[in-house]
Write a protein that binds this ligand. Structure first.
Ligand SMILES: [Zn+2]
Length: 674
């Protein structure tokens, strides 16, 4: 760019310079120096004068403007139309030191320090579609207004949109497999690099936990998971897709030539505590990429920040101090179980205890802790790694998840032989976890003697403080949650700050079962859930739903959020079977081997709800019935019962009613259960 300047501003065409001398802004000898320097460097005249401190910038540029008959822009008084900013991305403005000012009669006026910088003016014209006219201003002044008007955070989205538009046009050749070298070239393309940077920055700004980049037949979609829910954001044009994927793969050290098998990798964002875990999955339209942003600085939340009440915090901390025992955290995927366990590990003294974890996947890398990545493909399962860990003289073991009897039994054995074991389980509530383990085949007398504490956990979204308002809760909902009619309840009405969701941030709900002597005895004696709950209640135990109702009353969250994320237990007076078909978000299937509901079958609009499955399975276990026996009682085939229990289908309304009647029989205290 500078190379063409001597031509367009030849040395002896120094009218502007002479004018400056005439105006006494410059001495004749200074002008000679300036012209000599211009010959050597090819720099712009005004730039050299100002750099050498011969004259004040404003006056120099005003004079030059007059001489070359280009209007001067006094950036303190010229109107700046902010609606033009999205048309000229910040990076472009900074690169060429130019500032879009206003539009008049389809002409865009732009402040530049060199009115002959054709490159800059052409780029702006190409970007905006306007005819562009330059106005002169000192570069320092232009930089000042760029900084003032382009605040980085505000323009990321606009920048991305501009970028997307810039890049539309001819589609990439489809059907041909680009070579590795071609991919590398694509990935280093400036718009691609810029897009990936902007996308990650946008995710951080919006407090997103995950970024999904998904190819489909018509293009690409990009979604951000914010407070647990996915939201669409500006997608890039399809032709940038393979470049973006390759760029992310290069960053995370993946094989860019391999596009047929799933890959996992990670990278650290420069100068931050944020790790990005990347996974790719080949789909029929190309590789889908998910980036999970893991912010270590936010990981070691204090127990209070997690939402523990002081009493419960004490229970958890006490259990963490014990040399042995089992601490279980339960809940569906995404309920924050791992965070709770990590923060427990983080609060331990890591100098005098050997802490080993086995995880799938290792989410956060923690200092001073030995973390093992489960690799089922090569036989390194939870159970297998746990076996090896036990030979490594551990004090504390964290097992990512107890999925099978073998792992459960080994965890129990480890706890009984002087180790502290922390783990998670996919169960609905704290008390059901105990029965689940026994049903899995763990001996109840062993479990009773090694369990220290069981916590059920859910994350519920908090009402956005910016648009929080009181509202009328529908009567059915109030009834279901047993909310007083005269109470005041809140929700978010939706605003810019919360992407119109009405929510911002999340808070954990905990249900904590402390295994004291009495509860331990009840477990050993295989007492029913009701009996355990009753005993626990006497010591202040409260359920997730009850905790949730408290949060509603405190105006922290909404009734909708609590209904979606918690289920009532019998003793709250809520009818379980009725809950089954109220359109609740289905929970993860809780029966081992149960798949995510695969087909809607003949159940009409009713979505299969795995928590119904769990309920049926639990009931049958309680009554000690085979599938056939229960099927006969209801009047369906045993394969139907099987399908219910796997969460594949839901019982029809009439069958639900029959099931409820059978359920009532076991829930009324008949002393029948031993
Ligand atoms: Zn809001």
């Amino acid at each position: 760019m500078t190379a063409i300047r001597p031509e367009i501003m030849p040395r002896h065409n120094s009218k502007a310079g002479e004018a400056l001398v005439e105006e006494n802004l410059l001495t004749a000898s200074q002008l000679d120096d300036v012209l000599e320097e211009q010959d050597e460097s090819g720099q712009y005249l005004g730039e050299i004068i100002v750099e050498n401190g011969y004259a004040p910038a404003e006056e120099v540029y005003q004079q030059i403007a007059e001489q070359v008959a280009v209007p001067y822009a006094d950036l303190d008084s010229v109107p700046i139309d902010v609606s033009l900013l999205p048309l000229v991305p910040a990076k472009l403005a900074r690169k060429f030191t130019l500032m879009p000012l206003y539009v008049e009669d389809d002409v865009l006026y732009v402040a530049v320090s060199d009115h002959l910088d054709i490159d800059a003016l052409d780029t702006v014209a190409g970007n905006t579609g306007y005819h562009v006219e330059p106005m002169l201003a000192p570069p320092s002044e232009i930089s000042r207004v760029i900084d003032e008007y382009y605040t980085d955070a505000g323009n990321i989205e606009e920048d991305m949109e501009i970028l997307a538009e810039e890049q539309t046009g001819e589609e990439g050749t489809e059907g041909e497999e680009p070579s590795e070298a071609e991919l590398e070239v694509e990935a280093s393309d400036t718009p691609v690099v810029r897009y990936v940077n902007l996308l990650i920055q946008q995710a951080i700004d919006k407090r997103a936990s995950d970024v999904h980049i998904e190819p489909h037949d018509k293009g690409i979609s990009v979604r951000l998971r914010i407070d647990g829910v996915l939201h669409y954001t500006t997608p890039p044009p399809k032709k940038m897709f393979s470049g973006i994927v390759t760029r992310i793969k290069i960053l995370s050290g993946l094989d860019i030539g391999e596009r047929r098998i799933p890959q996992d990798g990670r990278f650290r964002l420069e100068g931050s505590q944020i790790d990005v875990r990347v996974s790719t999955l080949p789909t029929i339209y190309g590789e889908k990429v998910v980036m999970r942003l893991l912010d270590k600085s936010k990981l070691m939340l204090s127990m209070k920040e997690l939402g523990f009440q002081p009493k419960n915090q004490q229970i958890y901390e006490e259990a963490l101090r014990q040399p042995q025992g089992i601490i279980l955290v339960t809940g569906p995927t995404g309920s924050g179980k791992t965070t709770t366990l990590y923060s427990g590990l983080g609060n331990m003294n890591r100098d005098d205890r050997n802490i080993v974890t086995t995880e799938d996947p290792v989410e956060y890398e923690l200092e001073g802790i030995n973390q093992v990545q489960v690799k089922s493909k090569v036989g390194l399962t939870f159970a297998a790694s746990l076996r090896s860990i036990l030979r490594q003289d551990p004090d504390v073991i964290m097992v990512g998840e107890i999925r099978d009897l073998e792992t459960a039994q080994m965890a129990v054995r480890a706890a009984l032989t002087g180790h502290l074991v922390l783990s998670t389980l996919h169960t609905n509530n704290a008390i059901a976890t105990v029965t689940r383990l026994v049903d899995m085949g763990v001996k109840s007398f062993l479990l009773g003697s090694c369990l220290s504490v069981v916590m059920a956990q859910r994350l519920v979204r908090q009402i956005c403080p910016a648009c929080k308002a009181s509202y009328d809760v529908p009567p059915e909902m109030r009834q279901e949650l047993d909310l007083p009619d005269d109470g005041e309840y809140y929700h978010g009405e939706g605003c810019d700050q919360c992407n119109d969701t009405g929510y911002q941030g999340r808070e954990a709900l905990f249900e904590i079962l402390n295994i004291d002597q009495e509860i331990s005895r009840l477990i050993t004696e295989e007492a029913g859930e009701d009996q355990i709950r009753e005993a626990a209640r006497r010591k202040g135990f409260s359920t997730l739903r009850e905790r949730g109702i408290n949060k509603i009353k405190q105006g922290i969250t909404t009734p909708e959020e609590i209904l979606t994320n918690t289920v009532g237990t019998g003793d709250e007076g809520t009818d379980q079977a009725e809950n089954c078909d109220d359109g609740q978000e289905p929970e993860r299937p809780l029966i081992s081997g149960a798949a995510v509901p695969a087909k809607e079958a003949d159940r009409g609009s009713e979505a299969p709800n795995p928590s119904v499955a769990e309920r049926i399975w639990w009931m049958r276990a309680k009554l000690d019935l085979t599938q056939k026996e229960l099927a006969d009682k209801v009047g369906v085939s045993s394969s139907t019962v099987g399908s219910w229990e796997r969460g594949r289908t839901n019982p029809r309304r009439d069958n639900l009613r029959k099931l409820r009647r059978i359920m009532d029989d076991i829930e009324t205290p008949t002393e029948a259960s031993t």
